[in-house]
Design a protein around this ligand. Structure first.
Ligand code: ZN
Length: 195
């Protein structure tokens, strides 16, 4: 049922090109999310996703844009595969975000020039990642569903959660600055610098 895989791939590449055009026109700063489903898929679908991911990282590289990857959470296997695809695509360092990253891949991703993004408020994962060091950025988990406003981890709770972590001594103020300012500037460039 549905579209044949070839048509799906053509459409996804068209969407990546469209995103790239918006970056070039200054209407966007990055491409995403592209990547792989977080549920099991056939080898054919996975291979298709990997081709589109490599293509998208290449488009982002040419534009010096950020690219956000949505991925399965298979720890070292996910990291090794993404690092290889990014290498093949000639990714610029610290422009490829592994979104919804597991704490276990934080240091390995950072060492390979990838930017792990850790959800805040997901069963202690932020605390686990924080114990590794300020080698990640943080993210909410926002569901764009008007029937469930603020379900999961709404973005507007992030600042409160992070400031509470400082107040409670789970992280230092310097750590907070590193992940929310320094790492964002590294990722998005001077446009992200506080004025
Ligand atoms: Zn995602």
């Amino acid at each position: 049922m549905g579209w044949p895989l070839g048509k799906v791939e053509d459409f996804m590449r068209w969407a990546v090109d469209l995103a790239g055009r918006l970056v070039r026109e200054g209407a966007a700063v990055g491409i995403g999310e592209i990547g792989r489903p977080h549920w099991p898929v056939s080898p054919e679908v996975r291979a298709l996703c990997d081709r589109v991911m490599e293509y998208g990282i290449g488009v982002a590289r040419d534009l010096d844009a950020v690219v956000h990857l949505h991925l399965e959470r298979e720890g070292a296997n996910t990291l090794a595969s993404v690092a290889e695809i990014a290498r093949r695509a000639g990714a610029r360092p610290y422009r490829v975000v592994m979104h919804h990253a597991e704490p276990s891949v934080v240091s390995g991703a950072w060492e390979r020039g990838l930017v792990p993004s850790v959800p805040v408020g997901r069963r202690g994962e932020f605390e686990e990642a924080a114990s590794v060091g300020p080698m990640f950025v943080v993210e909410s988990d926002f569901i764009d569903d008007n029937r469930r406003p603020g379900a999961v981890i709404p973005p507007w709770t992030m600042a409160v959660k992070l400031l509470r972590a400082v107040e409670q001594g789970r992280i230092s103020a310097d750590f907070l600055r590193a992940i929310c300012v320094d790492n964002m500037v590294r990722l998005y460039g001077d446009a992200a610098a506080p004025t």
